[in-house]
Design a protein around this ligand. Structure first.
Ligand code: ADP
Ligand code: MG
Length: 626
C-alpha cells in the first residue's frame, strides 16, 4: 500500500489545527456531525434537480456510537459519501472544502443549510483521537474506500467493503493524559450533552444507542439496563417554525430545554428578520433573578447559531448591559465566521443584529408595561435595578432609551408609578418631581422632610435602591421637569412672603444659630430655620450635590473616598422644643450645648445615620431626665 504525504504546508497546518485553533476539544463532534449533515444535504439538493434520485427523509440519519472497551467512537451517516478522488482532495488537502465547492457548483446561494466552508473542521477529530479511519462509499459508485491517518505523518487510502452509500468516521480515542480526560468522549451522557449543545438543530436525526434503566418485568423494585436507540436532537429549530403554529407552552418548553432558567419566563419575543442581515431570534424575559445575577460571576449573552449550529453559547455583544437579564438565542446564516467557527470575522452583521434586538426588547417591555401592568411590575421587581444602573452608567448615554421603563413607589398612589404618570398628574403650580430616599417605604413615610411637600398634596417618589438617586441625578429632568429631593435646600414651594418671614426669623435668632453651629463644628455646615418641618423639631437637609443617601452608598463602597454630604441642621422654630432652646440660650449655655447635641443626634437617627458616640447620647438623655 502506497503511503502519500501531506503537502509540507498541510503538515504544519494540521499541527496548528490540532493544537491551537479550537478552544474546546468537545467541538470535534459538532464538526463531524455538521459534515455528516452536509453529506445528507447534498443528496437532498441533488434530488431536487435529478429525477432519478428520490429523497425519502426517513432513510437519512446520522448515528453516533461509542465502544468503551475498544475506545472507539463512530460517527456514521447515510449521506453522499466520497469517491477515492474526493477522499484525496477533501481529506488529504487541508483547507480544501468539498462542501464549499458543492455550493458553488450547484449555485446554492440563499437559504441553504450546508454548513461546511473552510475545509478544516474534519481535522479537529485529531484533538481527541490517535487514529482516524474513514470508510466511505459515494452515491452512484460501487467501490468503497478506507482512508486512515494518525495525524501529521500522512494518510493511507485503500479499497474496502461497504454495503450502503455513506460514510463512517471511526475515532480511536486517546488515552487519558495528566491534564486531559478523554474517557468522557466515550460516555453516553457526555456525548448526548455535546450533541444537544451544538447540534440540536441539525435537520436530520442524530441517533444514539442509549442505556435506560427500566423496571424489570413482573417486578416493582428491580431494574434492568435496556439498550434503546434514541434520537438525540430536536431537529426543527423552533425559531424556524411559523409563529402562528407555536403555543406559549412551546416557548416555555424551549426555555427549559435550553437551560435558560428554571423559572417560567415572563415573556418571549420571537423575531424573524429578512432585511440587510437575515436572522431569527427567540428571546425571553425571565421571571426570577438568576442567583448570581447581581454578582461579578454573572455572564450576559445570547446563544449564537450559524445555520442552526451553535457557535457561541454566550455572545455578550448581542446584549447591552442594561438588558443583560434577557436569555435566548440568535440564528443567522449571514455571519462571517472565522475558521474555528468560534468567532466572527467581522462584527458588522452582529452589530446590526444587536441594535435591532435592543430596539425590540425595549418596545416589548414598553408594551408589557402598557398592556399587562401586573406582569411588568413583576419583571421590574426582579430587574428594575438593572435598568436604573443602565440609566446611571456610561455617563447616562442610555438614559433616553430607559427613562420610560422606570418605576418608583408613589406616596399618593401607594403603588409603583412611571415618571410619565407622575408628570401627567403634577399640579399646575408644582415645579419639581419630588423624591425622598430611605431604607424602606415605611421609613420614608415617616421622614420629617416629606411633611411640607406632602402637605401641599404633591406626590413624592420613594427611593429605596442604592442606585436610585444616582440614576436620577444622571437623568436630571424628565419631560423638562427637574427632580428634587425633599431634603434639598430649596423645595420651590414657599411663597415670597414666607421667604421673607424665614429670613427675618433667621436674623432674629442669628446669635443662637451661630452658637449652635459652633457646637456642631465639623459636623454640619449650617444651622437654619426650617421651612419644611411641621410637627417634627429637627431634620437634616443638604446643600450641594451629594445627598445623605448618596453619602451612605458611597461610604459602603470598597474604594470609599470618604465623600460627605454638606449637612444642614434645620430647626422647626414653631416647635415647643425651640422655646426651651431659646430659654436656655439666655440662661444656661451648658444646656444649649446639651440640647444642640441631642437634636443633632436625633436628626442623624431619623436619617438612619450612625451616631458618632452612642454612649454620650444616652448619657445626654439621662441628664435631661434627672
Ligand atoms: P468543511 O466542512 O468546512 O468543508 P471539513 O474539514 O469539515 O471542512 O471537511 C472537508 C471536506 O470533506 C468536506 O467539505 C466534504 O467535502 C468532505 N467530507 C467530510 N466529511 C464528510 C462526510 N461525512 N461525508 C461526505 N463528505 C465529507
Ligand atoms: Mg466541516
Amino acid at each position: 500500500m502506497e503511503k502519500k504525504q501531506f503537502q509540507a504546508e498541510s503538515k504544519r497546518l494540521l499541527e496548528m489545527m490540532i493544537n491551537s485553533i479550537y478552544s474546546q476539544k468537545e467541538i470535534f463532534l459538532r464538526e463531524l456531525i455538521s459534515n455528516a449533515s452536509d453529506a445528507i444535504d447534498k443528496i437532498y439538493y441533488k434530488a431536487l434537480t435529478d429525477d432519478s434520485l428520490s429523497f425519502d427523509k426517513d432513510n437519512y440519519f446520522i448515528k453516533v456510537s461509542a465502544d468503551k472497551e475498544n475506545r472507539t467512537l463512530k460517527i456514521s451517516d447515510t449521506g453522499i459519501g466520497m469517491t477515492k478522488e474526493e477522499l484525496e482532495n477533501n481529506l488529504g488537502i487541508i483547507a480544501k472544502s468539498g462542501s464549499l465547492a458543492f455550493k458553488n457548483e450547484n449555485e446554492l446561494k440563499d437559504g441553504h443549510d450546508i454548513i461546511g466552508q473552510f475545509g478544516v473542521g474534519f481535522y479537529s477529530a485529531f484533538m481527541v483521537a490517535d487514529t482516524v479511519t474513514v470508510i466511505t462509499k459515494a452515491l452512484g459508485h460501487d467501490a468503497a474506500y478506507k482512508w486512515e491517518s494518525q495525524g501529521t505523518d500522512g494518510y493511507t487510502i485503500e479499497p474496502c467493503d461497504k454495503v450502503e452509500v455513506g460514510t463512517e468516521i471511526l475515532l480511536k480515542i486517546k488515552e487519558n493524559a495528566e491534564d486531559e480526560n478523554y474517557d468522557e468522549y466515550l460516555e453516553e451522557y457526555r456525548l448526548k450533552a455535546i450533541i444537544k449543545k451544538y447540534s440540536d438543530f441539525i435537520r436530520y436525526p442524530i441517533k444514539m444507542e442509549v442505556t435506560e434503566k427500566r423496571p424489570k418485568e413482573g417486578s416493582e423494585n428491580e431494574f434492568e439496563d435496556v439498550q434503546e436507540e434514541q434520537i438525540i436532537n430536536s431537529m426543527v429549530p423552533i425559531w424556524r417554525k411559523n409563529k402562528n403554529e407555536l403555543t406559549p407552552e412551546d416557548y416555555e418548553n424551549f426555555y427549559i430545554e435550553k437551560h435558560y432558567g428554571f423559572d417560567k419566563p415572563i415573556k418571549h419575543i420571537h423575531i424573524s428578520v429578512d432585511g440587510a442581515v437575515r436572522y431569527n431570534a427567540i428571546l425571553f424575559i425571565p421571571e426570577q433573578i438568576p442567583f448570581d445575577y447581581y454578582s461579578k460571576e454573572f455572564e450576559k449573552g445570547l446563544e449564537l447559531y450559524s445555520n442552526g449550529v451553535l457557535i457561541m453559547d454566550k455572545c455578550s455583544d448581542l446584549l447591552p448591559d442594561y438588558f443583560s437579564f434577557v436569555k435566548g438565542m440568535v440564528d443567522s446564516e449571514d455571519l462571517s465566521l472565522n475558521i474555528s467557527r468560534e468567532m466572527l470575522q467581522h462584527d458588522r452583521q452582529l452589530k446590526l443584529i444587536a441594535k435591532n434586538i435592543n430596539k425590540k426588547i425595549k418596545s416589548e417591555l414598553q408594551s408589557l408595561l402598557k398592556d399587562d401592568r401586573e406582569k411588568y411590575e413583576q419583571f421590574y421587581k426582579s430587574f428594575g435595578r438593572q435598568l436604573k444602573y443602565g440609566v446611571y452608567s456610561d455617563f447616562g448615554r442610555n438614559k433616553d432609551v430607559l427613562q420610560d421603563l422606570l418605576m418608583f413607589y408613589s406616596s399618593t398612589e401607594k403603588k409603583m408609578v412611571t415618571l410619565d404618570e407622575y408628570v401627567s398628574r403634577m399640579a399646575e403650580d408644582q415645579k419639581y418631581i419630588y423624591y425622598a430616599s430611605g431604607e424602606s417605604y415605611d421609613r420614608i413615610e415617616k421622614l420629617p422632610q416629606t411633611e411640607v411637600v406632602a402637605e401641599k398634596g404633591y406626590e413624592i417618589l420613594y427611593f429605596t435602591d442604592d442606585v436610585d438617586e444616582f440614576a436620577i441625578r444622571m437623568l436630571m429632568t424628565y419631560k423638562e421637569k427637574e427632580f428634587k429631593s425633599v431634603s434639598s435646600g430649596d423645595l420651590g414651594i414657599e411663597a415670597e412672603e414666607a421667604q421673607e418671614q424665614t429670613d427675618s426669623e433667621e436674623s432674629e435668632n442669628k446669635a443662637l444659630f451661630d452658637y449652635m453651629k459652633e457646637v456642631l463644628a465639623g459636623k454640619v455646615k449650617d444651622v437654619r430655620v426650617s421651612k419644611r418641618l411641621r410637627s417634627y423639631p429637627v431634620c437634616l437637609s443638604t446643600d450641594g450635590e451629594v445627598s445623605i443617601e448618596m453619602e451612605k452608598v458611597l461610604s459602603a463602597m470598597p474604594d470609599n473616598q470618604n465623600i460627605k454630604a454638606d449637612k444642614v441642621l434645620e430647626i422647626n422654630i414653631n416647635h415647643e422644643v425651640f422655646n426651651s432652646l431659646k430659654d436656655a440660650f439666655e440662661k444656661d449655655k451648658e444646656k444649649v450645648n446639651l440640647y444642640t447635641n441631642l437634636l443633632y443626634n436625633q436628626a442623624l437617627l431619623i436619617e438612619g445615620l450612625p451616631i458618632h458616640d452612642p454612649v454620650e447620647f444616652t448619657n445626654d438623655i439621662c441628664k435631661i431626665m434627672v
